[in-house]
Design a protein around this ligand. Structure first.
Ligand SMILES: [Zn+2]
Ligand SMILES: [Zn+2]
Length: 139
């Protein structure tokens, strides 16, 4: 048997397909019910109000949203913190700036952008040449 400490309550439990103990799974399910219920009745709520009203931590609500258990599509004021900098976002795990930084860190985006910029420059140069020829023809 694969025993591990539950990261949520610290109790020893036999590992299953979920990463927390059965008691916590039940707790989390209850929290999920509370959140989705409140959200259904209060579509204009934000994550802080939702947390205050349900007693469920912002962290856990964020997890629900990221896991796709809670949909915020119909809740315009719901957002959750970026994994990296804490800026409130509504999509993905990171805000745009952290994501583009991460991508440019891998170097892919940067070279792609550079290539595109070069292409654009080349196009502009071409256009100028044609403009020059047109002007020449007009005379
Ligand atoms: Zn637990
Ligand atoms: Zn960020």
């Amino acid at each position: 048997m694969n025993l591990d400490n539950c990261p949520r309550c610290g109790k020893l439990f036999s590992k299953n397909f979920r990463d927390v103990c059965p008691a916590c799974i039940k707790e989390i399910d209850k929290e999920y019910e509370l959140c989705s219920d409140y959200l259904r009745k209060n579509k204009g709520t934000n994550i802080n109000d939702l947390s205050n009203e349900t007693g469920v931590s912002v962290r856990q609500i964020t997890k629900f949203v990221r896991e796709g258990r809670i949909s915020i599509v119909n809740a315009p004021n719901m957002s959750y913190p970026c994994e990296v900098c804490g800026t409130f976002i509504r999509d993905n795990n990171m805000c745009d700036s952290c994501r583009s930084r991460l991508i440019s860190d891998t170097g892919k985006m940067r070279s792609e952008d550079a290539r595109r910029a070069e292409e654009l420059e080349a196009q502009k140069a071409n256009q100028n040449i044609y403009k020059g020829i047109d002007r020449y023809k007009d005379r």
